[in-house]
Design a protein around this ligand. Structure first.
Ligand code: R5P
Length: 268
């Protein structure tokens, strides 16, 4: 890691479970059920993930899915969803609280906790409170925290640089160790103004594989510390090939053209 201060052994060791020696991570996000239930493609978590686990560096998921669906010999980083409180049945899904304590996360051998905070929403302050409480709680155990940035519907363009830059910097200021946000034009500015590793979420399934490859390539070129993708992997018809190609985009600096070629070769 390129920052000035040194971490404790415990925290750095946990960060090293998530990030490879090149400082990058391929994190697979399968936590969607915490507010969406059995979302298409992730109805059966064991079936949907077993072939993907060997090709990822870390896994982001909820505690209940970890202890019922992930083999105990899984050796990658474990990033545990630790916020929640609303489901898709609610008009506003941003009404979240902290749902998991750091001690429970450590008992599950987590490498990090993950909480969302929602800027530009009625629950901005409440979710910042949950995030910062988690950061304080996790600090006692040298457990890293990943902040999931989210921008409320009220703000005009949820994926605009100024808003994503705002919440990414806020997350770093509060002491989050990893920041997850969306890719946008000018993403390199977010990386520069957020002095913590920034990983990108994918969002809804994109129209083509090429779109996914370009998204990952552009983010990596702009300085992302990796990806935390979900639907664009496990909703794909060939999720295993997809994750292998994404791994090469992150760790082997593949271009989008090379990624397409690799996908075609693996598909044969
Ligand atoms: C939201 O459900 C979670 O924070 C996901 O982990 C995040 O959105 C990444 O998944 P996707 O790439 O499907 O957006």
């Amino acid at each position: 890691m390129k920052y000035l201060t040194k971490m404790s052994y415990g925290k750095e060791n946990r960060m090293n479970k998530i990030f490879q020696k090149d400082g990058k991570t391929v994190m697979l996000a399968i936590d969607h059920g915490y507010f969406m239930g059995p979302v298409t493609g992730m109805e059966e978590p064991i079936k949907a993930t077993e072939k993907l686990l060997p090709h990822i560096d870390s896994l982001m998921l909820s505690p209940g899915i970890l202890n019922s669906c992930v083999p105990t010999d899984f050796n990658g980083g474990i990033v545990l969803r630790s916020s929640g409180g609303s489901s898709i049945t609610q008009p506003d899904i941003t009404n979240e609280i902290m749902t998991l304590e750091a001690l429970e996360a450590v008992k599950l051998n987590a490498s990090a906790m993950a909480l969302s905070f929602y800027v530009g929403t009625e629950f901005e302050k409440q979710t910042i409170e949950a995030l910062t409480m988690a950061i304080n709680d996790a600090a006692k155990l040298e457990l890293p925290v990943l902040a999931v940035t989210a921008v409320g519907k009220a703000l005009k363009d949820k994926k605009e640089l100024r808003f994503l830059g705002l919440c990414s910097r806020m997350a770093a200021e509060f002491g989050a160790d990893i920041v997850k946000t969306y890719y946008c034009d000018g993403f390199e500015k977010i990386v520069k103004s957020t002095p913590k590793p920034v990983v990108i979420a994918g969002g809804k399934k994109l129209d083509s594989n090429r779109d996914v490859f370009e998204l990952v390539y552009s983010a990596m070129q702009a300085g992302a510390a990796g990806v935390d993708l979900g639907r664009n992997v496990w909703k794909n018809d060939d999720p295993e090939i997809m994750i292998k190609v994404i791994n090469a985009l992150v760790h082997k600096n593949l271009t989008a053209d090379q990624a397409e070629e690799m996908f075609r070769d693996l598909k044969k």
